[in-house]
Design a protein around this ligand. Structure first.
Ligand SMILES: Cc1cc2nc3c(=O)[nH]c(=O)nc-3n(C[C@H](O)[C@H](O)[C@H](O)COP(=O)(O)O)c2cc1C
Length: 310
């Protein structure tokens, strides 16, 4: 269990604001990092590789000297034609944290290690975790049941326990983490970092539409539908947004609906995890992080003082 030294700089809470398609951009990343939590975004949130480079340069110019590190997500899959070009920009700009999805590849890991960067890879099952460990990644993001986006179906306790038996790198737990108390619980489970997606959608700086942010505030776990119909891969979506797009959540196919391209699908049908039930407001990111820190400390104090079994 360890947080890589290069990611400890400026870190005030063991948490990462997860990369989210069409949601995370420079404003969210800068506010998150300046508040002491690692901020991230998918390179594909910019339409071109050049645009991606501009975002990196903007982010670097807006970070305070004592900001936490930032990271970028790359989809490592043949369906991503920008992978090589975007990766070259990441190497040139020395992005501190690279988050790979779908494919864990030794060449990518070596390229990032070459400039002193760190690679975390996200997995939703133990088989993929083993493959990524073999590719030499520094950390594994365990995407558990109920997470926003392409979620897994394994319970977080089960996932972390199994992965720990063969992987000694950094462990990052993802799925339904919405409060500082939840972050403390992930540390209690032996994770190094908590990975928060849904909670950061409902912030002033996220790029999500206002109606999307509000729908998360209104939603509970029972308003989330897990289906491959939107993206081809099973993912969690806000049931009211399926209904708003004329999709009946009670009769979903087990394959992708004909919904134009991926970006259009995610723009109209909104993804969130079951942790939406723990999101009660839309607020500035700096305030959210301050609250997460105080809840984290309170949870640790409560445990130390009030748990009579310790
Ligand atoms: C709207 C949305 C878009 C997402 N897009 C991506 C993405 O582009 N790349 C990625 O690695 N993960 C993506 N994710 C998954 C998150 O990085 C993270 O694993 C997840 O949101 C954590 O679960 P939580 O939402 O319950 O906190 C997305 C999640 C959401 C909600």
């Amino acid at each position: 269990m360890a947080i890589p030294a290069s990611l400890q700089k400026g870190l005030k809470l063991p948490a990462i604001a997860a990369p989210m398609f069409l949601v995370s951009g420079p404003d969210l990343v800068v506010e998150t990092c300046n508040a002491g939590v690692i901020g991230t975004f998918p390179s594909l949130n910019q339409r071109t590789t050049e645009g991606y480079r501009e975002w990196l340069q903007e982010i670097k110019s807006r970070l305070n000297p004592d900001a936490a590190a930032f990271g970028v997500n790359h989809i490592v899959h043949p369906t991503n034609p920008r992978l090589m070009a975007d990766m070259m920009v990441s190497v040139e700009e020395k992005v501190p944290l690279i988050i790979t999805s779908l494919g864990a590849v030794r060449d990518v890991v070596d390229a990032v290690h070459g400039y002193g960067g760190v690679v975390f890879h996200d997995i939703a099952n133990v088989r993929h975790a083993r493959k990524a460990a073999e590719a030499g990644v520094d950390g594994l993001i365990l995407v558990a049941n109920g997470a926003g986006g392409h979620a897994g179906v394994v319970h977080p306790f089960a996932l972390i326990e199994e992965v720990r038996t063969f992987f000694s790198g950094t462990l990052i737990l993802s799925g339904c983490i919405s409060t500082g108390r939840d972050i403390a619980a992930t540390r209690m489970l032996g994770a190094d970092f908590a990975y928060l997606g849904t909670r950061f959608i409902s912030t002033d700086e996220s790029m999500a539409q206002q109606g999307y942010k509000e729908m998360i505030v209104e939603a509970g776990a029972s308003d989330i539908t897990y289906t491959p119909a939107v993206s081809g891969i099973p993912a969690n979506f806000l049931t009211p947004s399926l209904i708003a797009n004329g999709i009946d959540p009670k009769s979903l196919p087990d394959h992708k609906l004909d919904m134009a391209d991926e970006a259009k699908a995610w723009k109209t049908v909104w993804s969130a995890g079951q942790g939406a039930g723990g999101v009660h407001d839309i607020l500035p990111t700096a305030q959210l992080v301050a609250r997460l820190k105080s809840e984290y400390r309170q949870a640790a104090d409560d445990f130390a003082k009030a748990d009579t079994f310790v």
